[in-house]
Design a protein around this ligand. Structure first.
Ligand SMILES: [Fe+2]
Length: 712
């Protein structure tokens, strides 16, 4: 095993990048390499890379660095939380995986059998543990049902009671999960208090899967009437006294703070990104805005396999020389016959463009797809589900990102061949730009989100990567401002500018919610808002910012079968009037009626249109004067219309030759003298190197850049 990650994806000359590596070998080698082409396929240029001389090159001691997934809340030790006298523990819980191992809901216990824990046994029954002793409920709790639960303890008599009840609106008839018994007093533990986990193993463990809301601790053994009154009032501001702590999960949802409203300042922090801003037991469905209904959004969803930061130790660092050209680089690792790459992007120094053209590398999309198809426990991305089936709304760069590699990945074409997406595909463009001696600066989504239009401003033209699917509002604003100031944008991919994406303050984690659109999982009712920003998640189209408005085309079909194979691509047929001056310029040196991209590519087969493809649509915002230059049709049945366009289901739903299943090449000039050009296909770049870079796709792309970069 040899893998790792960097502390960020892009870096600038003069900065230092950290590499975290895990290997079972005693020593590993690292070498900094510039990447031009990562696909070894002999039908293309093969691997093209340039070794970089660096003091970072060399041997380093190997170290195995494990992953410790599992989300919870950590509240630092405080004498008031040790509970060596009477107490009541209370919470609302929505267990999603009861019966799968012991799961702790609220605990303050150490390795020495001190303290207390309230949780579920491995058969899903409630338990209260005091030191080494425990009582257990009679019947398991019900899966995916809201229950209130309470553990009450009378220290003088040693009487302990577990009580629970279903939500009053739940019609289920369930067994009696409560219990009563005697427990000897236990010594207080000085460990942290954990919500949704336990420190009994020395680090957070025994994670709870499911939602928790309104956890609180009282400094007495509540009476039945008092407890019933509190449950039915559902009022978190009128808590029984004496109150020790009550955590309002709605507060601070955009960060890691967990606020104690009990007055003693017993605040906590979230650990490994549990999902916040979740509907709780008090959500009525009347409001989907957590800001307008804070009590409705009082829950956090915890998962045993949530991981936002592997927190590995630095293995080595690379000080980026001040004269290192902007480009795509990697730290090539070797140990015991294994090799891995930890790629990174080198951007130019702040605001100092070194080329008239920038390639915007879609790092948000790289992270969103980070570990797609990899089944490593805890290595999740926005295409995965947690162990309880809930969609993963987060994707982090602080752990290995297995799909962020220069070569082909796990995905296959119908011919059974692996093919490249993401970095591998975007390197096809890097290689081609190098082959035609076109200087280019590398910039990234993360930088664009942080810096806005100022990042684009120095460039005459910006080109995208092959799949810029995930973008933030700030990024869309930056593009609009840039185009409004006369900039030019070449969108050379497919399904771009599609999903509302937000970035955590520290830049490590993106968030995506999936209430609509074509998607790998579906957000639960009421849970469309991003925890990080409070904004409405889902498609930009549903927020009035369909991709067609910005680049003329937007997602319309994809060629993915249910067994993760992508259907054959198609070539483009010219459809524009070649006498139109813009068409004449962009189709120059391409024979009239010649199909565009009608040859074997490094991607899915014959054709430059494929994978995820886009179409022009004035209804969705394609500018009125936009010109459709070419269109690809005749896709196989593997290509289906996106969910976004389906209003009903009937016998016509899967008929072949749906006119909306196509890929359009569109261009339009802006009022400020810029040009927008879009290909609406993830396969475009895979065609660039065919026939020694002399082909219709390369010619057209070259025409576009020439036009965009021409002197004013
Ligand atoms: Fe996609």
């Amino acid at each position: 095993m040899l893998t790792g990650y960097t502390d960020r994806l892009s870096v600038r000359p003069g900065e230092t990048l950290s590499f975290m590596v895990s290997t079972d070998a005693p020593v590993f080698k690292a070498e900094i390499v510039r990447l031009l082409h990562g696909d070894a396929d002999p039908r293309g240029p093969g691997r093209r890379e340039v070794p970089i001389e660096s003091p970072a090159n060399g041997e380093y001691p190997g170290m195995e660095q494990p992953l410790f997934p599992g989300s919870c809340v950590v509240v630092p030790d405080h004498a008031d939380l040790r509970l060596t006298d009477d107490f009541t523990l209370f919470a609302w819980i929505y267990p999603t995986r009861p019966g799968h191992g012991e799961q702790v809901i609220l605990s303050k216990e150490g390795e020495d059998e001190t303290g207390y824990a309230l949780g579920l046994t491995d058969t899903g029954r409630l338990f209260l543990r005091l030191g080494p002793s425990r009582i257990e409920g009679e019947e398991p709790v019900a899966e995916r049902r809201w229950h209130w639960i309470a553990a009450r303890y009378d220290a003088a008599s040693g009487s302990a009671r577990l009580s629970a009840g279903l939500h009053p609106r739940d019609l289920s008839i369930a067994g009696e999960p409560g219990a009563a018994g005697h427990l000897p007093r236990a010594a207080g533990s000085d460990t942290a208090l954990l919500i949704a986990a336990s420190m009994a193993g020395g680090r957070p463990g025994l994670f709870f899967n499911g939602k928790i809301a309104d956890p609180c601790i009282f400094g007495k053994c509540l009476g039945d009437a008092e407890l019933a009154g509190f449950v039915s009032a559902a009022d978190f501001s009128a808590l029984p006294q004496p109150l020790i702590a009550a955590w309002d999960f709605n507060v601070g949802s955009d960060g890691t703070e967990v606020r104690d409203i009990g007055g003693r300042g017993l605040h906590g922090t979230t650990h490994q990104s549990p999902v916040r801003l979740m509907t709780g037991p008090h959500w009525s469905g009347e409001n989907d805005d957590p800001m307008a209904d804070p009590r409705g959004y009082s829950a956090i969803h915890f998962h045993e396999d949530s991981l936002s930061d592997a927190n590995w130790s630095e293995s080595f660092a690379f000080a980026v020389p001040s004269d290192l050209p902007s480009g795509v680089y990697t730290a090539r690792l070797k140990a015991g016959g294994e090799t891995d790459d930890l790629p990174f992007l080198v951007c130019p120094r702040n605001g100092q463009a070194t080329a008239p053209l920038a390639l915007l590398v879609p790092t948000f999309t790289y992270v969103a797809y980070g570990n797609e198809m990899w089944r490593d426990y805890g290595l999740n991305c926005a295409y995965d589900r947690y162990v309880d089936g809930a969609g993963v709304p987060f994707a982090s760069l602080r752990h290995p990102i297995k799909t962020f590699r220069p070569g082909r990945g796990l995905l296959k074409s119908v011919a059974g061949e692996h093919f490249g997406r993401h970095l591998c595909a975007d390197l096809y463009a890097v290689d081609w730009l190098d082959a035609i001696d076109q200087p280019v600066d590398i910039i990234t989504d993360h930088d664009l989100h942080r810096e806005g239009e100022a990042l684009l401003k120095p460039y005459k033209a910006v080109m995208t990567g092959s799949h810029p699917e995930y973008v933030s509002g700030r990024m869309l604003d930056a593009f609009e401002t840039y185009l409004g100031a006369g900039g030019s944008l070449a969108y050379l991919g497919g399904n771009g500018f599609y999903s509302v994406t937000s970035l955590s303050e520290d830049g490590n984690t993106i968030e995506v919610r999936r209430p609509n659109g074509t998607r790998p999982w579906i957000s639960n009712p009421g849970e469309a808002r991003h925890a990080l920003t409070g904004e409405i998640g889902g498609l930009w189209r549903s927020r009035g910012r369909a991709p067609q408005r910005l680049v003329g085309v937007g997602f319309t079909a994809q060629g993915w079968t249910s067994h993760d194979v992508c259907g054959l691509p198609r070539p483009y047929r010219q459809v524009a009037d070649r006498k139109h001056p813009l068409a004449a310029a962009l189709l120059a040196n391409i024979v009239e009626d010649e199909m565009i991209g009608d040859f074997q590519t490094l991607g899915l087969g014959v054709g430059a249109a494929g994978d995820e493809v886009d179409r022009a649509d004035p209804v969705l915002g394609t500018p009125a004067h936009a010109l459709v230059l070419a269109t690809a049709t005749g896709f196989s049945a593997d290509y289906q219309l996106v969910i976004d366009e389906r209003r009903d289901i009937n016998e016509a739903s899967t008929l072949p030759d749906n006119p909306l299943v196509r890929s359009d090449i569109v261009c339009f000039e802006t009022a400020q003298g810029g040009l927008v050009f879009s290909v609406g296909s993830m396969q475009w770049f895979s065609a660039l190197s065919h026939n020694g870079y002399d082909n219709t796709v390369a010619t057209m792309t070259r025409n576009v850049l020439k036009r965009m970069l021409r002197a004013a």
